[in-house]
Ligand binder design. Structure first.
Ligand code: F6P
Length: 345
């Protein structure tokens, strides 16, 4: 394979703590190998508009602890725009890039996988606070989101206990309840509700009633935004679909809180953590994971391992097929959920 001379990088989908450490690592590793790096702004949108910025060691200095992405992001789907994919592919060639590193979740990497089938040289990096990408033990951003949600649950405990209330915390997690399970376990939640298991309100109230009967005057319930009642649809803020076919979730916490208060008679309050979970500085774990992914992605591009994604397997960073990574969502491990259930009530 010819030596890699010019490398592009973009970040797409929801922003996520750890993206800047990936960008920094890609640039630092590439520069040390004599490879030029071009940043494509705002995900696939920037590729359609040829909106780019040069990236060198100085331009990534100081970004390691910064949340978000210096490249900007969008939820643009070139396959949903007439002639979009053809234009994006043409622009990649015009930009004279030997390879592209795409950092994203199921949507951005889904497009990357399709582009790879069109013979483009693409390497993926798995990003999402939801941790629902296959072929990697963890995505970066997840650890930060879990730590933020855990701290929030700890704080909710004090009000719950002082006021003898039930506090419901709604956390992110569109199709998978990883944040709810990890933060719920770490924060000692009394009930954890996730998209993978339909909510049985009678069961939830039974758990809470039993807990109150044994003398505990307060409870904490953690619910993922994508969780649904047994008879019901996902609770949304907007029915309109985005370019990748997703609705805007939010509101299950409020609905659940009202049902709990009505059925149990216990005063209940609801807190929606929302984008707080995605904001701010990444944890040390996410900085290190993002750095390792970034270095690996450059190595993969240099070795011509295209159509592959950097993934975490145990303590190793490995190359996994992009198609497999986006083929099926990684939902919550039910053995883990069973452990969490031991502590319900
Ligand atoms: O995919 C990550 C995520 O944070 C989901 O948990 C959430 O449903 C979605 O993004 C929110 O997207 P937006 O920031 O576009 O409202």
């Amino acid at each position: 394979m010819a030596k890699l001379k010019r490398l592009g990088i973009l970040t797409g989908g929801g922003d996520c703590p750890g993206l800047n450490p990936v960008i920094r690592a890609v640039v630092r590793k590439a520069c040390s190998e004599g490879i030029e790096v071009v940043g494509i702004k705002n995900g696939w949108k920037g590729l359609l508009e040829q909106d780019t910025m040069p990236l060198d060691i100085n331009s990534v200095s100081g970004i390691l602890p910064r949340g978000g992405t210096i490249l900007g992001t969008s939820r643009t789907n070139p396959y949903k725009i007439e002639g979009g994919s053809k234009k994006a592919i043409g622009n990649l060639k015009k930009l004279n890039l030997d390879a592209l590193i795409a950092c994203g979740g199921e949507d951005t990497l889904g497009v990357a996988s399709k582009f790879n089938k069109e013979k483009l040289n693409i390497v993926g990096v798995p990003k999402t606070i939801d941790n629902d990408l296959s072929c990697t033990d963890f995505t970066f951003g997840f650890d930060t989101a879990v730590n933020i949600a855990t701290e929030a649950i700890d704080r909710l405990h004090t009000t719950a206990e002082s006021h003898h209330r039930i506090m419901v915390a709604e956390v992110m997690g569109r199709h998978a309840g990883w944040i709810a399970v990890y933060a719920g376990m770490a924060g000692g939640a009394d009930v954890i509700l996730i998209p993978e298991i339909p909510i049985d309100i009678n069961e939830v109230c039974d758990i809470l009633n039993k807990r109150h009967k044994r003398g505990k005057g307060f409870s904490i319930v953690v619910v993922a935004e994508g969780a649904m009642f047994k008879k019901g649809d996902a609770v949304t803020q907007e029915k309109e679909l985005d370019a990748f076919g997703h609705v805007r979730l939010g509101g299950i916490g409020q609905m659940l809180g009202e049902r709990i208060e009505k059925e149990t008679g216990f005063e209940t309050r609801v807190t929606v953590l929302g984008h707080i979970q995605r904001g701010g500085t990444p944890t040390a774990f996410d900085r290190v994971l993002g750095t390792r992914f970034g270095v690996k992605a450059v190595e993969m591009a240099m070795e011509g391992k295209f159509g592959m994604m950097a993934g975490l397997s145990g303590n190793n960073i490995v190359a996994v097929p992009l198609e497999k990574a986006v083929g099926k969502l990684k939902t919550v491990d039910m053995d883990l959920y069973k452990i969490a259930e031991i502590f319900f009530g």
